[in-house]
Design a protein around this ligand. Structure first.
Ligand code: SAM
Length: 278
């Protein structure tokens, strides 16, 4: 299984522009459960550098953190060394469609900003998504929950001011992004019932850095959004030239602000909460 973004390269700068954004939504869902938080087992599918795990590791009994990329896992592991020694978190270098976990061990699976990295699209009926959901259902206890943090197609189209500069990459990203209706159908077909949905309208994935318009010129800033991996070198040079020209003429900030207006209606991210059908 492959992913188009080079997370080995990105791992060292990932946390510069990313955080456990809206983790409170996840914590609230965990608190609203039949077991106290400190007795719950949580799976972090595609944990990356462990931002969400780190924010929750002191609250739950144990986290099983899984990622395909060994370098991302090294960063996560370094941050949570002491929690790992205490048995509060276990790391697994694995794909999420074959979890190295026993069945029915988890209260909740969370998957933050990973679905669009699956090598999948609508033509095979989102078959890789289906495989991953079946795997989540296998490791969840009866009635256990799945929390999906993902961008909807509408949010991709309206929530990211700089995507207007890279329309071809946006189209590629849209092909990898399942719509909300399709997601619900797929969840239902693979062992889940959708319970609720939350859209934190003010939340931006890259935090304050998102509004630093000159950031586009910085490769580390661009590493905060995998869409840049879908921009070919030659197109990137032209985009950077355009951005540099706007900066020189003092128009870059105004460009950012006017293209950021639509985000206020859609937000960037949707949390979908589903429960394993008993
Ligand atoms: C955008 S990062 C999100 C990391 C983390 N969940 C967060 O929100 O900060 C995507 C992560 O998914 C991982 N990933 C992509 N495809 C995967 C797969 N099939 N199995 C496991 N991990 C995968 C990548 O290696 C990367 O660390």
């Amino acid at each position: 299984m492959s992913t188009y973004a080079n997370y080995s390269k990105t791992s060292h700068v990932y946390d510069k522009t990313r955080s456990a954004a809206s983790v409170d939504i996840i914590r609230e869902k965990l608190e609203d459960w039949s077991l106290p938080l400190n007795q719950q087992v949580l799976v972090d599918a595609g944990c990356g550098t462990g931002l969400y795990s780190e924010a929750l590791v002191d609250d739950v009994q144990r986290i099983e953190a899984i990622d395909l990329n060994a370098e991302m896992l090294v960063i996560a592991r370094t941050k949570m060394k002491s929690a790992e020694q205490k048995g509060r978190i276990c790391f697994h270098n694995s794909a999420i469609d074959t979890l190295p976990l026993e069945e029915s061990i988890a209260d909740t699976v969370m998957i933050n900003q990973v679905l669009h990295h699956l090598p999948d699209d609508s033509s095979p009926g989102w078959s890789e998504h289906a495989k991953v959901f079946r795997e989540f259902a296998r490791v969840l206890k009866p009635g256990g929950r799945l929390i999906i943090n993902s961008c909807s197609p509408e949010q991709l189209e309206s929530g990211f001011w700089f995507y207007n500069l890279i329309p071809d990459a946006l189209q590629e990203m849209l092909k990898k992004t399942i719509g909300i209706g399709e997601l619900d159908n797929l969840l239902q077909e693979n062992g889940f019932t959708t319970m609720s949905r939350e859209v934190p309208k003010d939340m931006v994935l890259q935090g304050e850095a998102f509004f630093y318009s000159e950031g586009i010129l910085d490769p580390d800033w661009r590493s905060g959004d995998s869409i840049w991996s879908l921009v070919p070198e030659e197109s990137l040079a032209a985009v950077l030239e355009k951005v540099s020209a706007m900066r020189r003429s003092g128009k870059l900030n105004a460009f950012m602000k006017s293209n950021d207006q639509t985000r206020k209606n859609t937000g960037q991210v949707t949390f979908s909460i589903a429960s394993k059908t008993c």
